[in-house]
Design a protein around this ligand. Structure first.
Ligand SMILES: [Mn+2]
Length: 229
């Protein structure tokens, strides 16, 4: 029997990822997937990116990978690049080789194993992952809160009436494993589980492990962040 192991947002926290993986001790037949935002913010983004590729670990795309991919696409045109990078992102871009870039460009919006759907942000009940527009893709990567009119709310614009997307999600796109919004503890809903526990913000790095990709049979493993990273 094999496991489906899904890691929360790593954000370049290489050391914590290595200790979490050691704790889980994956079998050769296990499938390992990251929820995106494997790079940026933390101190070892490129080292982590190479490790993930070398160990055949999969990932869906996060908003931070998406930003770098879009930046690189703009660089290939003659126009001024509309995307501005911070120092950390600039350093990452400079260190990427051809293979890294191909890997980042190849990251899918979602992955599905039986009834388990892995994606970075979240969905609304009207979304159909097999048929989404560019605009919807951008929202799915960044989904956090929804307002009372059932509209996506941009980062930082939420208020007391806002509802977290997973609290409204009816399960029509499968049981969703996601990251993006970090919580002190993993957030478990009827049809979704949020596994970003803010390692890069000094909390912890978590993974959910499904026995045989069975939604009803999972456990959580975590390692504490050290030195606030
Ligand atoms: Mn994110």
């Amino acid at each position: 029997m094999s496991n489906l192991i899904i890691y929360g947002d790593i954000h370049g926290c290489y050391d914590q990822f290595i200790s979490l993986r050691k704790k889980i001790n994956p079998d050769k037949s296990d499938i390992e997937v990251c929820v995106g935002d494997i790079i940026t913010k933390g101190k070892n983004s490129v080292k982590l990116l190479r490790y993930i590729q070398e160990h055949n670990i999969k990932s869906v795309i996060g908003n931070h990978e998406d930003k770098l991919v879009r930046y690189l696409e703009h660089e290939n045109s003659n126009k001024k690049n509309p995307i501005s990078l911070d120092e950390n992102e600039k350093n990452i871009i400079e260190s990427l080789d051809k293979q890294d870039i191909e890997f980042l460009k190849s990251l899918p919006l979602f992955l599905k194993y039986k009834n388990i759907t892995i994606l970075h942000g979240g969905v609304q009940n009207h979304h159909n992952l097999d048929d989404i527009t560019k605009k919807e893709k951008s929202k799915i990567l960044r989904m956090r809160y929804i307002n009372t009119e059932n509209n996506f709310i941009a980062y930082g614009k939420e208020d007391n009436n806002s509802i977290f997307w997973a609290d409204l999600y009816d399960g029509n796109q499968g049981f969703i494993v996601y990251g993006h919004q970090w919580f002190k503890e993993v957030k478990i809903n009827e049809n979704a589980i949020g596994i970003d526990t803010g390692c890069v913000y000094g909390n912890k790095l978590s993974a959910v492990i499904f026995k045989n990709a069975d939604v009803n049979n999972f456990k959580i493993e975590s390692v504490k962040a050290t030195n606030g990273k």
